[in-house]
Structure formats: C-alpha cells, structure tokens
Ligand binder design. Structure first.
Ligand code: SAM
Length: 218
C-alpha cells in the first residue's frame, strides 16, 4: 500500500483506498484490506466520481485537511463515507433532498460522528446556512439543470474566503440542446463571474459518462 499526493488517500496498483473509519464494516460492498494492522476500504471510481477525478489527475491540493465541509447530493453516502475516512476530525454537512436516499445516509451518519446529514434542497441554502456556517470545502454532485447556479449560491452562502470546492458537472442534465463543451464553457464563465477560479478540470470517462469534474477555489 503506497501513499498518494492526496493526504489520506492510499494506492495499490490502479486501486485507491482510504483507512476505514469504521473497521470491519463495508458501506457499499467495497473490498476491505488489512495491511500492517490497518484496515483499508477500496474506493471504487465507478461508484464515486471523486475517486474517478483523483485517477484522472486531480490537483495535488484538492483534498487538504479541513475543519468543516458541505457536500450537496449525498445520496446513500458512497463518496461521503470516504471523505469521512479522510477527515475524521471534521464536521461534514451532507445535504440530500430525497427521503429515500436520506434514510441510508442517516444510518451511516449515526455510525460516523463526523457526518451531519440534512434533509434539504441544495437550491435553498438559506434554509441551512445558519446550521452549516463557514466551510473550507464545498462538494456538489446533484445532476440538476441549474448546477452552476446551485454551486455559486452555496459558495456565496457558506464557502470560506480561501475555501476549495469540486463541482461534478453533468452537462446533459443542464440541456441536451447545446454541446457538453459549450455547457462546460458556460459553467466556467458563470463560476468566474462569481469570483470562483477553476484550477483543475477532467472528464470522468470511462468511469462516469457525461461528467466533467471542476476543481474550484475562491
Ligand atoms: C448522482 S447522486 C449523488 C451520488 C453521491 N454524490 C456519491 O458519489 O455517492 C445525486 C444525488 O443528488 C440528490 N439531489 C438532486 N438534486 C438535489 C437538490 N436540489 N438538493 C439536494 N440533493 C439533490 C439526488 O437525490 C441524488 O441522491
């Protein structure tokens, strides 16, 4: 097991791993491996776009140790669980609007003290900004038409001045009438107008079709 340029992310061959914050327990059926008494969970790039982004060459400083993070579109907690492994001392607020997805997310959060789930709509950050406060890291994976606007509003509501973010952009969810390249360009411009600088971009193929990851900083 080797370290990588992202603190807390380990690698063996092409496979990524995080140290299991809940030893002996799988979150989504991922393989577990114990090396020198430490249990690692494999981080599947076909199930987690963040793992796909790391393998596609995300910036080395994408995942600095953080105190507070806001994750939009937590679903069942697949990617969230790996951030929970990476940042054991952080408060990771996880917004999910689907009650069906929220139930497993809530169960995961009961076992992992650094996860704080919110049943809420990411389009309405004013409903949770007082609870969340200022965060060092903003992550969004919601596949909605207004993805850029949702990201900008949440950044304006909660992202610290030196904060970092990741937007997983699904161009086909924005519109199918313009090319994905045009959507990415428009998104970059929209973020730029809001004072957000993009310092990393990668297509997530072959792991996740139609997605482009954008690394953002204020
Ligand atoms: C592709 S899934 C996220 C997968 C997850 N990020 C992962 O990697 O484990 C998208 C999720 O975003 C949620 N979602 C969509 N629109 C949302 C919104 N406006 N507010 C909060 N959650 C939303 C959906 O219910 C769904 O669970």
């Amino acid at each position: 097991m080797e370290t990588t340029r992202w603190p807390g992310v380990h690698r063996e061959g092409r496979d990524l791993y995080t140290v299991n914050g809940e030893p002996g327990t799988r979150v989504y059926g991922e393989p577990l491996r114990t090396v020198a008494g430490i249990e690692f969970r494999q981080w599947d790039p076909f199930r987690s776009k963040l793992a796909a982004f790391l393998l596609a060459g995300a910036p080395a400083d994408l995942l600095p140790p953080v105190r507070r993070a806001l994750y939009l579109g937590g679903a069942h907690g697949t990617t969230v669980s790996h951030l929970s492994d990476l940042w054991p001392g952080a408060s990771i607020f996880v917004v999910e609007k689907s009650p069906a997805s929220f139930a497993p997310l809530l169960a995961l959060s009961r076992r992992r003290a650094n996860l704080l789930p919110l049943l809420a709509d990411a389009q309405l950050p004013e409903r949770y900004r007082a609870d969340v406060g200022e965060v060092d890291f903003l992550y969004q994976d919601v596949a909605q038409r207004e993805q850029a606007g949702i990201f900008v509003e949440n950044a304006e509501a909660c992202l610290a001045p030196a904060g970092r973010g990741v937007l997983m952009l699904k161009a086909r969810s924005v519109t199918q009438r313009r090319s994905p390249n045009a959507i990415v360009r428009e998104t970059r411009e929209r973020l730029g107008r809001a004072g957000l600088r993009i310092d990393g971009e990668a297509s997530l193929a072959p792991f996740s079709r139609d997605h482009v990851a954008l690394a953002v900083r204020r």
